[in-house]
Design a protein. Sequence first.
Length: 186
Amino acid sequence: MHKPHIPLDEIRAEVQACHRCPLADGRTQTVFGEGNPNARVLIVGEAPGKNEDLQGEPFVGAAGKYLNELLAIAGLKREDVFIANVLKCRPPGNRNPRPEEIELCTPYLREQTRTIDPEFIVTLGNFSTKFILKTEVGITRLHGKLQMAGKFKVFPIFHPAAALYDGSKRVALEDDFATLGELLRA
Ligand code: URA
């Protein structure tokens, strides 16, 4: 028996009211995610940063500007994809998500994924890759290699913010988005 999918607006309302963990106390607002509700590609980042917390939308800061360029390499526009994060609230000072926060928050991502029902999940960076693939293998080894998680094709890629600190990651990121474009056209 399949459980019916929860409409995205209902999941959004649950996220907005969420106080499951203390990150709720420090947020300006939740960042549910945005994009095409029927997207072929679901992009999963890590957590909102300062700009995302202020604007309520994912990837609107420097990493987001770069993400838009990377999507274009794959032949995608932001409106084509749905963009969400592992955590819906900003961790203080942009520290890494904690295991208990991931555990409490990811039921929302799981419901979003079931409802959007994408063909591809692109995981950006270690936290989303480890969560979606249930693996301890790091992004350095997995990036650019197509994986499966149940029925979903999963394509791990470095987090765009990593390339803003370490320019040597740009080539890998851009190559991987080019490969994603090929997979989408195949
Ligand atoms: N980094 C992320 O992982 N997600 C965002 O929404 C912004 C920056």
